[in-house]
Design a binder for this molecule. Structure first.
Ligand code: HEM
Ligand code: HEM
Length: 176
């Protein structure tokens, strides 16, 4: 199998991005759900500490994946429909917007933000930056749940295309 995509199949790099990010995002939603449904329990204590670091890692991977998407743009399988294409683009954009909005809120709080012992933001004295706090509080979790619904729809549509009378074998482009 080739590293790069072609018009029939996705190559190794796209597949590693797709399935790697799929597993990591599943964990991200486990931690978000633990925070939402099991606040102040052992379940939250187990999952929640990974939420911010993994969220930042997902953002970095997604930026690389987008670069890869543009490099291969003209040489990859055609989307089955305009709706499928728009759905994939929306998923891409949300996995960038959701962590960016959270990072803005983190910055606006004025608190030091460290990851793996490295200072990402040093924090500052004085007034918090209210618009950054509001942006995060109004959109981060909400867009996160929208992304989860889109992903469930995406998995369901793979099944639908697989079973449809036109037999568009989309899974084989990404899996076999
Ligand atoms: C792709 C990456 C991410 C996804 C899909 C995601 C998803 C979510 C979801 C669905 C919630 C709602 C949980 C609830 O309502 O209790 C949430 C909450 C939260 N997330 Fe994330 N998150 C991501 C990245 C990040 C990052 C990078 C940070 C911090 C730097 C962060 C910080 C928080 C915080 C503090 C909350 C609790 C407050 C709130 O509900 O907004 N997240 N996240
Ligand atoms: C069991 C889980 C999943 C299955 C069976 C699955 C299946 C597929 C298949 C078959 C394709 C190729 C579609 C085509 O060629 O038109 C695809 C593409 C895609 N999938 Fe998934 N997927 C899964 C999980 C996810 C998750 C969790 C995400 C988001 C994080 C995601 C995001 C995407 C995106 C953005 C594309 C467009 C192709 C690209 O540019 O990489 N998928 N998926």
């Amino acid at each position: 199998m080739a590293l790069t995509d072609n018009t029939e199949h996705y190559g190794i790099v796209t597949r590693v991005f797709h399935w790697g990010i799929a597993v990591l995002i599943l964990w991200q939603f486990l931690s978000a759900s633990a925070h939402f449904f099991f606040e102040d329990t052992a379940v939250e204590a187990f999952f929640w500490p990974t939420h911010k670091p993994l969220g930042v890692i997902l953002l970095a991977l997604m930026v690389l994946r987008l670069l890869w998407y543009f490099i291969n743009r003209t040489n990859r399988p055609q989307s089955v429909s305009l709706l499928a294409k728009l759905g994939h683009i929306t998923i891409y954009l949300l996995i960038v917007i959701i962590p960016v909005v959270a990072l803005l809120r983190q910055y606006g709080s004025g608190r030091t933000f460290e990851l793996f012992g490295i200072t990402v933001f040093p924090g500052f004295e004085g007034e918090k930056i209210q618009w950054m706090l509001d942006l995060g509080s109004d959109f981060h979790g909400e867009l996160g749940w929208v992304l989860l619904l889109l992903i469930i729809g995406h998995i369901f549509m793979t099944y639908v295309h697989q079973k449809s009378s036109t037999k568009q074998n989309v899974l084989s482009r990404m899996w076999k």
